[in-house]
Design a protein around this ligand. Structure first.
Ligand code: INI
Length: 158
C-alpha cells in the first residue's frame, strides 16, 4: 500500500514526444516532466522520449508513437506532447496553436489514452522561458505539472 502511495507511477509507461523548435526551452520542459515522473515513481526505462520537427507535427506524431508501442506490446499509459509556439508577425502562430490544440484534445478520445497538453503558446520568448523555469524567481517549470498530470490521468478511475 505504501509503495502505491509513495510511488504511484511505478507500473506506468509514459511517452514524451517533443518538438525541436525553441530547443533550449523544450529541453527544460522535458527535463521538468521527466523529473516529476521519476519523483512519482515512474521507472527511468519506462519514460520513452521521442521527437518531431515542430509543434504542428505533435498530433500525428503522438498517434504514430502510441501505435508503435502498442504494436511492440509495450503500450504507453499516457503521452505528453511538448511544444513551444512563439508568436511571430504573421498568422502562422494562430493557425498552428488552434489546429494543434484541437487535434491533441481529440486524440484523448480517439486513442482512449490521456494526452496531456504540453504546448506553450506564448507571445514572447521571455514568457516561454519563464514557464520553462528558465528565469530564476519568475515562474516554475510547467513540464513538472505535465508529468504529474500524466501520472494522475493514467491512474484515474483504474
Ligand atoms: N513550430 C514550433 O514548434 N514552434 C514555433 O514557434 C514554430 N514557428 O514559429 O513557426 C513552429 N513552426 C514549425 C511547425 O510547427 C511545423 O514544424 C512546420 O510548419 C512543418 O510542418
Amino acid at each position: 500500500m505504501r509503495s502505491i502511495l509513495t510511488n504511484p507511477g511505478s507500473n506506468l509507461r509514459i511517452g514524451i514526444l517533443h518538438a525541436r523548435w525553441n530547443a533550449k526551452i523544450i529541453d527544460n520542459l522535458v527535463k521538468g516532466a521527466k523529473s516529476r515522473l521519476l519523483e512519482l515513481g515512474v521507472k527511468p526505462e519506462n519514460i520513452i522520449v521521442e521527437s518531431v520537427p515542430g509543434s504542428f507535427e505533435l498530433p500525428y506524431g503522438t498517434q504514430l508513437f502510441v501505435n508503435k508501442y502498442k504494436r511492440l506490446n509495450q503500450p504507453l499509459d499516457a503521452v505528453i506532447p511538448i511544444g513551444v509556439l512563439i508568436k511571430g508577425s504573421t498568422m502562422h502562430f494562430e493557425y498552428i496553436c488552434d489546429s494543434t490544440t484541437h487535434q491533441l484534445m481529440k486524440l484523448n478520445f480517439q486513442l482512449n489514452l490521456p494526452v496531456i497538453f504540453g504546448v506553450l503558446t506564448c507571445l514572447t520568448e521571455e514568457q516561454a522561458e519563464a514557464r520553462a523555469g528558465l528565469i530564476p524567481g519568475k515562474m516554475h517549470n510547467h513540464g513538472e505539472d505535465w508529468g504529474a498530470a500524466a501520472v494522475e490521468m493514467a491512474l484515474k478511475f483504474n
